[in-house]
Design a protein around this ligand. Sequence first.
Ligand code: LUZ
Ligand code: MOS
Length: 774
Amino acid sequence: MHKNTDNKILGSKLDAVSKSLKKSIKNLDSYTHVRGESLYVDDVNIRQGTFHAVVFDSPKAHGKIKSIDYSKAEALQGVERIFTYKDVPGENEIGGIIPDEPLFAEHEVHFWGMPIALIVAESEFIARKARDLISIDIEELPVITTAKEAKAKGSFINAPRSFSLGDTEKAFADCDYIFEGETFSNGQEHLYIEAQGAYAEPLENGNIKITSSTQGPTAVQKTVAQVLGVAMHKIEVDVTRLGGGFGGKEDQATPWAVMAALATFHLNQSVKLILNRHDDLRMTGKRHPYESTYKIGLTKDLKILAYQSEFLQNSGAAADLSPAIAERTLFHATNSYYVPNVTTKVLSCKTNLPPNTAFRGFGGPQGMFVIESAIAKAAHEIGVSPRAIQEANLLDENDTFSYGQIAKKVEAKNTWHSAKQLFNIEAMEQEVSEFNKNNTAFKKGLSFMPITFGISFTNTPMNHARALVHIYLDGSIGVSTAAVEMGQGVNTKMMQIVADVFSVSIEHIKIETTNTTRVANTSPSAASSTADLNGKATLMACTALLERLKSVASQDLNVSENSITLNKEFVYVNGKKSELSWTSLISSAMLKRVALTENAHYATPEIHFDKTKEKGHPFAYHVYGTAITTATIDCTRGTYEFDAVKIVHDYGKSMSEGIDLGQVEGALIQGIGWMTMEEIAYNKDGRLLSNALSTYKVPDIFSVPKTVEVIPVETEGNDMAILKSKAVGEPPLMYGIGAYFALQNAIKAFNPNYDLKFHAPMTPEKVLMGLYKK
Ligand code: LUZ
Ligand code: MOS
């Protein structure tokens, strides 16, 4: 679907396209993936006698547990034991930010799908059969499913947060236009291809090894230790790779690993727990639905002078990562715009849904959707193109974000104007208006979507990583970091760094599994920061080893250290190849008893944030970009297609064109899915209705835009990014927001009386209602 950019369109601008993008390396995993040889949790060679586990979960969203009868299940042949909260030797508590989440329900249940017990049996089949034999009596309590209801009842996770800049109240008095409204964006199912799972095995002395499909090995280790009441060093967590995470395994891979470990702890036998798709959909949290209100004030020349919004986050039944996600919503509430007077507030509303969690963008997309809605509303009422308002307010160098950070190396205008020029916006608009003039049964719409996304964990103390690099005596290299490979290609990037520093071919390098005994106290692989943080640590470790090797070479060749470089597996002196090869150099270092192992620690410099003032400099840098989306709607059916999404994206100096383009395309489609088709539905009793892929529609190959064009903008990159290649994981998801507004503009072309609604996803049903609503 990616089309190489036509040289004619680019013309002389081609030179402006980043030259470094020529560098292209295949994703390391591509070979084993296509051969079906890549290893996941379910592929672990299980020990003889391994038990299999299934979770028994609540069949009601809220209530008091009156009684549970396990006797029939326990009597089933092949059932080993059923574990409940009574079997927890340490704390029955898994909450990461706030301790408000039991591993197993004790006397009350708070969401439909809340774990109550773990059935351990000889086979998964038997455990499932046993689950059907458990009877439970629950006295039902009132169920809250929406954030608004929770707010009305005063049901919150924690205290609200609020950011402000300037004097919003006063500024509204100076505005020529003021508009208010409300928006809704729904949740989103992660739908990682590999469901949640873990395999626990007993080692000697009560130690336990866990293979987990987690983005956060340390979170698993810490929580297992806490629940079992043992020290962290008794627990080893190992991760080879995940079949996708998208944030769904940042916190919510933990309970399953803990349960498997708990059973192993008691039985001294290996235990495997892998959720099937239905259990996973029902028991795990998703992207947070948000109900929000906005007030936007503009001057006659379309400058946004004041902006106010209140975000109601549907957090679900426990905090999970909700407070951090709420915070990121505030950080991105003004997207790519400079607004001098801003007041934003977020309330994490406690409901009886599964605890909602991290999902690519981490609350940022929800915040951006609201200001884009406010701009669309203002444009509609004033009678200008939304684009005119967007363009008049783009962020500039040295503008201040509402959280106090000063914008530097801003590419908002650059990507915007490059997109207009490179994609020939006049021709695109002409085509849309001609089409709309000549067609009644079909209409086209076009939208612009600029993005600005902050890179770093918003929680400053999480921004660190380590790398452990061994050079073995034959010259081969083993690299361990905290980075978890989940399909994003981070292992390939780590390998590139090592190959670059030592100038050796990738055949010499192995990226090890992510393991808490080799790299400890890690942050999860999240926040788009994994390659930056772990890459910087890897670079530091390799550079320290290189210095040592240069010293060895200078002794062997009797030349100064400064004259030495490594090039294609040979030592060069003053740029000239010597006889000393990489492998001979390593042998020599061994004979000289030089340490060939290095451990490095990287902590992002400069960042800080003061929560008491809600001001600081939380992000190492920002990623920018602009997408132009065109859509065609079928005005008889309400169905639609995306003709094209054309993007100018700020990759910095990409390390790998293929991998980064894959991230942009994947994120874009995931964003379009969230905005246009993926419809999470719970009934008012809190039961998930969209509980299978027959009722939860995700984008397939037919819903992908006919053209996706991504042009890298020439930027210097950023020193805080690894090798000046900017983080790419999350930012492009937000291009998908443009899909909503392209559809909305197409509806307006058909029905000029359309009363704008900001209620995502924009499903065909909603398009149809918009087309014919008077
Ligand atoms: N996870 C997290 C994240 O714990 N903190 C963050 O700031 C974040 N941002 C994006 C995605 N995951
Ligand atoms: Mo995340 S939303 O796990 O970066």
